[in-house]
Design a protein around this ligand. Sequence first.
Ligand code: PMH
Length: 385
Amino acid sequence: MKANEQFHRDTWVDVNLDAIRHNIQQVSQLIGPEVAVMAVVKANAYGHGYVQVANTALSSGATHLAVAFIDEALFLRKQGILAPVVVLGASRPADAELAAEHNIQLTIYSKEWVLEAKDYLTRGSNLRVHLKCDTGMGRLGIKTAQELKEIERVIAGTAVISIEGIYTHFATADELDKSYTDHQMETFSSLVAELNEKPPLVHASNSAASLQRKDSLFTIIRFGISMYGLSPSDEIAHRLPVELIPALSLHTTIVQIKKLQRGEKISYGATYEASGEEWIGTLPIGYADGWIRKMQGFEVLVDGLRVPIVGRICMDQCMIKLPAAYPQGTKVTLIGRQGDSEIKIDEVAAYLDTIHYEVTCAISARVPRVYWKDGRSISVLNTLI
Ligand code: PMH
């Protein structure tokens, strides 16, 4: 079946799996064969689609996957993905057995959690955990050597939990000033040194650190935003040592075109008024797709030209002003390339006064994702069927 026969609305995301493969290969070359790659696929793989990204990452050399909570990990398991999955966020002690059963590794950061969880684990279970150290992010984590050693001691006293990893997360690795990350690195290294036994996995680097500092690589990196082809921040974009290819683009089509006369108005609130004869196209994408109301006034690409979004963005539709009577069915690109023109996710993020992470995550589940490999569309994710 053709890709566009698997959904019935002409708005879709294209995900270029070759770009994801390329980005992983680039970072793998940079970090060398001694350091493994954990592909961060939480939040529907930053909006790109859990399963297709996870499988592409694994077949491109990633050994581990990371998600935010157990339900995301269970979803991957349900889709037949067997690779090690690490939950980066908090989990309930009562779910320890469930995680162990599905070979899902959990993040822990308190002795109390271990004491509670071990009562839920049945004899013969082995829950693998990663000890999260808070070295300056102030989010989740063990702060002192004493707490860390206590947790190690309590785990050593149970047969049902084993320490698979120790890690931390950087707060400012995407900034040019490296002093705060240096400080976090020192704190982390001294905490790791306190353990009686070094776990198999030691990790700290997100994309920004992976691409910039060899000293933070340890045994595995946690590669997120740059796997999707995006620079961790504008600040470091010009000094990245590898070429990244963005994987995601967003498209729709003109479903109606009409000629407005001077004084005629557009959309809720009738806030836009034609100043003369104008061609207006209606697009079947709106704020419920993640193309939020604040995008009013931004531009889209039609026939390689930038044209403005006019009037308020509705839940499922919005309108654009066209320079000519383009035919119904004309492709419109909201993120991505048309010929020599491009609207980058960064530009959308800047217009919304946010970061690109938020833009891709916000493209809602009802927008089908079409997956491309070797120049061909190979599958579609349509959560509505
Ligand atoms: N490790 C942890 C613990 C994370 O929270 C994230 C991203 C990553 C790795 C990957 O980072 P990267 O995408 O910069 O490579 N987490 C988040 C977050 O919580 N908000 O924005 C990104």
